[in-house]
Design a protein around this ligand. Structure first.
Ligand code: IMP
Length: 428
């Protein structure tokens, strides 16, 4: 099984790359997160944002798995499948979808907990997507939640009511404004009735059997390494295991079965929500990059914070994941700039540090930059590596040498076909 992860704070362009390499895989399996993701893919020139569904849905031969590590919101799932059916009925996504019976449900009350924690001054504000992801994982860990497979139980409605009525009492105590309870129940149970008709199975058995039969499986990570619950910039992180190790637990696949680990990175950095961002830029310069890169959350539409490429953070993420190939996206956005800064080290009290570390972040960390001469060539028409400008090749080579991993794919624009495979690396 190969794994694909994001190496920064999300929104690196993972969905587009998966869509591109789908034809090489039989199965695309999501292993973490839920509808907090926002994987944008252009299908017949139309932008589609997948939040919960794996990014293999647009390739007709691919089977898509929502694995055990994912939290599933039935309402969101039904809506997303409806959008795809309208877009292209021949895609038959529902027939090519398997959902883990052991994946946890995002209950309709979870988003209200998310809102309460975000907005109540007694709690930390994280800047979440308010999709109820953290409360769903919290109740999973507390062992007070329901799982997707429970929808077949005769007890399901009674259990759902008992849990959500308790949630209502808790939320009312917070002073939270809630919809009429029966309206919430009706909407949720109607989505559950829809989900029951889908294929809800032990996906671990399916994925392992597929691997044993020699089928190719790609584990699709959502969010990104620096948002990992354990190794990210806690508390400003998501609630799941976003790194390559999370693919093994989230899908029930042994580490011995792992092959390539693709790491996706943007030529600069973005972050949505609160939290440390060493190379962040502000003001006019930031606004220009944000507008040019269309850096607005695909899930929440919030303006993304923007900054320069951060090699120490990238090295840390590559170490956590054991990345074997890099996919560089959005270099086209930097096209036409006179100079492109890259953070090579952090300086703290006169000492230089090549790696990200939480200890440094707590101190007065100063990013140190190397400035590359900009490039101005038509990335949209790049076919082979020789078409790249020397300045851009210098930038690419620097990244490869600094992190000791080759860049094997270069995304040259937002459309499906705007990606080139770099057969010869500058890194050996
Ligand atoms: P949550 O995952 O909704 O709980 O949000 C926690 C943090 O992760 C917030 O800073 C979100 O903006 C961020 N986040 C969650 N999902 C994504 C994503 O897919 N891309 C980028 N940031 C994300």
């Amino acid at each position: 099984m190969d794994i694909l992860v994001g190496l920064q704070w999300g929104d690196e362009g993972k969905g587009k790359f998966i869509d591109h390499i789908c034809s090489r895989y039989d199965v695309i399996a999501r292993f973490n997160g839920g509808a907090n993701a926002g994987h944008s893919i252009y299908y017949h020139k139309q932008k589609v944002t997948l939040k919960l569904l794996p990014s293999g849905v647009f390739y007709p031969q691919t089977l898509n798995v929502i694995g055990t590590g994912v939290v599933v919101n039935p309402i969101q799932l039904q809506e997303e499948l409806a959008v795809l059916r309208t877009l292209d009925p021949t895609l038959n996504v529902s027939e090519r979808l398997m959902i883990s019976a052991k994946a946890h449900l995002v209950l309709p009350t979870h988003k209200y907990f998310d809102i309460v924690y975000e907005e109540n001054p007694d709690y930390r504000t994280i800047g979440t997507t308010k999709n109820g992801i953290a409360p769903a994982y919290a109740h999973k860990i507390l062992r007070q939640n329901l799982r997707v497979g429970d929808v077949y139980s005769a007890q399901f409605e009674a259990d759902f009511r008992s849990i959500t009525q308790r949630h209502y009492r808790e939320l009312e105590a917070f002073g939270c404004t809630l919809p009429a309870y029966e309206d919430l129940v009706e909407e949720f149970l109607s989505a559950v009735a829809f989900v029951k008709k889908l294929s809800i199975v032990d996906t671990e058995l399916y994925v392992n059997q597929a691997l044993n039969e020699g089928k190719k499986v790609l584990a699709e990570g959502a969010q990104a390494s620096m948002l990992d619950i354990d190794h990210g910039t806690y508390p400003y992180v998501t609630s799941s295991s976003t790194i390559a190790g999370g693919a093994c637990t989230g899908l029930g696949v042994s580490p011995t079965k792992i092959g390539e680990i693709y790491g996706v990175l943007k030529a600069y950095t973005t972050r949505v929500g609160e939290g440390i961002f060493p190379t962040e830029i502000l003001g006019e310069q930031a606004e220009e990059l944000r507008q040019k890169g269309g850096e607005f959350g695909s899930n929440t539409k919030r303006p993304r914070r923007v900054g320069w490429l951060d090699i120490p953070a990238l090295k840390y993420a590559i170490m956590l994941n054991g990345v074997t190939q890099l996919i560089l996206t959005k270099s086209d956005i930097l096209n036409g700039r006179k100079e492109v800064p890259v953070c090579t080290h952090y300086e703290v009290d006169g000492d230089l540090y090549p790696y990200f570390s939480t200890n440094l972040v707590e101190k007065n960390l100063q990013p140190q930059y190397k400035t590359f001469e900009g490039w101005d060539f038509d990335l949209q028409n790049v076919g082979v590596k020789e078409d790249l400008s020397p300045n851009f090749i210098a930038f690419l080579a620097y990244i490869e040498q600094a992190v000791a991993v080759p860049v094997t794919f270069l995304s040259t624009g937002p459309q499906r076909e705007e990606i080139i495979e770099l057969s010869v690396s500058t890194y050996n």
